[in-house]
Design a protein around this ligand. Structure first.
Ligand SMILES: [Zn+2]
Length: 386
């Protein structure tokens, strides 16, 4: 029975303890073998170190207009979490399947793999593609490469991408983008009494933090809001701030990390350019006191673009039809959908499970959600077989 088979695949998938940034060869090879057994031609795209690989394949004819089903193979750590079951062993209890990654997002991969025969038997007129990435949990690092790998490998043009992150099978057409930055201020050390003569890196960094908060408020005040999201504005937040060695020593170095979670209508470029201009101006002024004064900002990881799929695109009625859910939603978490959209595919997020379960102890996927996802796969096979 299909459900039992899907559970079996999922129990195998969750047994691979592949955390974000770690080698994913074990799970990639398992998926590769599975595809091979089903007679599906597939491609690995290895990284330079050859310790990680993307996987993609096509089922159905090489014609334009196909649908990509995408997921990531990595999971977040379980360290320090209070698990009541073995995190890397699938445990069924009261209609729920417990394991790290059951919900985020190996459940979706299991549904894809379990549905291969359905796709093969559906006499597809348009193809379906699987695209499985890695290093998503450490900043969606391969989402864009994954999208490009599919786009560049196949001669025909796939049109749609469904990213199966947990949405309780609701179609998601909007997602905030995110960018994480690291700013370092270099000042001059000295006796604290000389604060007017030296450049305190901490004092300068504090000014920059205030500037960032003011910038966020200015965006809200000028009406840059989007009520589809909670909160409904672009947020700018400093989460880590380090500098100084003693109360009576002027600090010569201060570093802080900040993130921008951006709604589709805000411009990340604008925020970064304005911040940069302010830093340059400040730097000039500081250099009159200390020639070595400097402010350097770098990306802690590359920006993940927001997703903003307009309702008039064809993907919208398609996902509504196959998921059985018409209400369109947005999410605040980062996913690879914005990157697929950036690569030119009409993209949505829609997958089994509740994101509230993700990243915490006792993560689970309900069997009911697994069944709904399998239904979506069957509906997709039917639509593509028309
Ligand atoms: Zn995920």
């Amino acid at each position: 029975m299909l459900l039992e088979k899907t559970k079996e695949i999922l129990s195998k998938l969750v047994s691979f303890e592949v955390l974000g940034s770690q080698s994913n060869l074990s799970i990639a090879d398992f998926i590769g073998d599975y595809l091979k057994n089903k007679g599906v031609d597939f491609q690995f795209v290895e990284n330079e170190e050859k310790d990680k690989k993307l996987i993609h394949c096509r089922i159905g004819p090489a014609v334009d207009g196909g649908v990509i089903l995408s997921a990531h193979t990595d999971v977040v750590p379980v360290k320090g979490q209070d698990w009541h079951t073995e995190p890397f062993v699938l445990t069924e209890k009261d209609g729920k399947l417990y394991a790290r990654g059951s919900c985020d997002m190996k459940g979706f991969i299991a549904c894809c793999l379990a549905s291969i025969e359905k796709f093969q038997q559906a006499n597809l007129q348009k193809p379906v593609y699987f695209a499985f990435s890695y290093d998503e949990e450490v900043g969606c690092l391969q989402g864009y490469n994954m999208a490009l790998a599919v786009k560049n490998f196949y001669k025909e043009k796939p049109k749609f991408a469904i990213i199966g992150e947990a949405t309780m099978m609701s179609p998601v057409v909007g997602q905030k983008g995110i960018c994480v930055l690291k700013t370092t201020v270099f000042g001059s050390a000295g006796h604290s009494s000389r604060i007017k003569q030296e450049v305190s890196a901490i004092h300068v960094a504090a000014k920059l933090v205030v500037w960032l908060e003011n910038k966020m408020n200015e965006l809200v005040e000028r009406g840059e809001t989007d009520d589809r999201f909670t909160p409904n504005h672009t947020s700018i937040h400093v989460g880590q701030f380090n500098g100084g060695i003693a109360p009576n020593v002027i600090s010569d170095k201060c570093t802080f990390y900040w993130d921008v979670r951006i709604i589709p209508k805000s411009s990340l470029e604008e925020i970064l350019n304005e911040f940069d201009a302010y830093c340059k101006e400040l730097e000039k002024e500081l250099q009159t006191r200390f020639a070595g004064a400097k402010i350097i900002t770098e990306e802690d990881h590359p920006p993940v673009p927001p997703l903003d799929t307009p309702e008039h695109l064809e993907i919208v009625p398609l996902i509504q039809k196959i998921s059985g859910n018409t209400e369109l939603k947005t999410v605040a978490y980062a996913a690879e959908a914005g990157q697929f959209a950036l690569a030119g595919f009409e993209s949505v997020i829609c997958g089994p499970g509740d994101i509230a379960q993700a990243h915490r102890a006792n993560e689970f996927l309900s069997i009911d959600q697994m069944e709904k996802c399998l239904e979506m796969m069957e509906n997709l096979a039917f639509e593509l077989g028309k």
